[in-house]
Design a binder for this molecule. Structure first.
Ligand SMILES: C[S@@+](CC[C@H](N)C(=O)[O-])C[C@H]1O[C@@H](n2cnc3c(N)ncnc32)[C@H](O)[C@@H]1O
Length: 257
């Protein structure tokens, strides 16, 4: 079962306060700083396509892939105009075995897509995908859960309520840390009210997330002939610290691929 297939229906509503514009500007800034000639971008786990749309507005050509057909459907609706102009393209695919037979100047993977790759095998396969699709000297930027931050300030239960004219969602989040596997089971219990039909639905989902440590990312870089460029606090240019949950990683593919 692909949890994102259901989730996509209320994903944008749940994250309507997420500042996708600042995030896209931040990625644009990092690309310009570290690889100013980037034109073609591959986005792994593009979800509902908001970063892809913003990156297209910033002048990039973007190919987005995601394994959830319903998330991709939302993306397709969102970027229709860019699809017509061939500035954005989308396809279904898994970051662990993608084979587009094409290389890109940059690869991005945002909002914890890499933390959804929970086993060493998944992470290895994802880095192999990046290697197959990145040009020599190309750059790979992603964000993920940061191990020291998660362990020093473990996740707490939270409740969130969001609504628009069609639906209301109340979401209880409870998390359990599994420190032997560097993972957290994030369990969502949601009550979804369809305001038009006046019906209530209850949905339970668990997302297993892996938190990462810098040395294991360095090891992956070594294995795949890549150079670790930076380990920033997400949305900043400061070295990540134990106070941070969200790590932004920049990696460069070696020139002699
Ligand atoms: C939290 S969402 C982030 C979506 C989007 N990047 C954003 O910022 O809104 C995680 C996305 O990763 C996708 N995903 C997770 N694992 C994946 C995999 N192995 N291959 C492709 N997509 C994956 C999910 O389908 C989902 O759309």
């Amino acid at each position: 079962v692909n949890i994102f297939n259901d989730y996509s229906l209320y994903y944008d509503l749940l994250y309507s306060e997420k500042d996708y514009i600042s995030e896209s500007n931040y990625i644009h800034y990092l690309i310009q700083k570290y690889a100013p000639n980037v034109q073609q971008v591959l986005e792994l786990g593009c979800g509902t396509g908001i970063h892809a749309m913003n990156m297209a507005r910033l002048g990039y050509t973007v190919h987005g892939i995601d394994m959830s057909s319903t998330m991709l459907q939302q993306a397709e609706n969102r970027v229709q105009d860019f699809l017509k102009q061939d500035v954005v393209s989308l396809s279904i695919g898994d970051v662990r075995d993608l084979q587009l037979n094409k290389t890109f100047d940059a690869i991005i993977s945002l909002f914890h897509v890499i933390s959804y790759q929970i086993t060493n095998k998944d992470l290895d396969a994802t880095f192999a995908t990046v290697k197959r699709h990145l040009k020599p000297n190309g750059i790979f930027i992603f964000d993920c859960w940061y191990g020291p931050g998660v362990l020093s300030d473990p996740p707490r239960s939270r409740i969130k309520r969001v609504e628009n004219e069609n639906m209301e969602v109340i979401r209880l989040t409870e998390s359990e840390v599994y420190s032997h596997s560097n993972t957290v089971d994030v369990s969502f219990h949601m009550l979804i009210k369809d305001k038009v039909l006046n019906e209530m639905r209850e949905v339970k989902e668990t997302h297993t997330m892996r938190y990462l440590f810098v040395p294991e990312i360095q090891k992956l870089c070594q294995t795949y002939s890549m150079e670790l460029l930076f380990t920033y606090t997400w949305l900043k240019e400061d070295l990540v610290s134990t106070k941070d949950w969200n790590l932004c990683i920049g990696i460069r593919m070696q020139g002699d691929k």
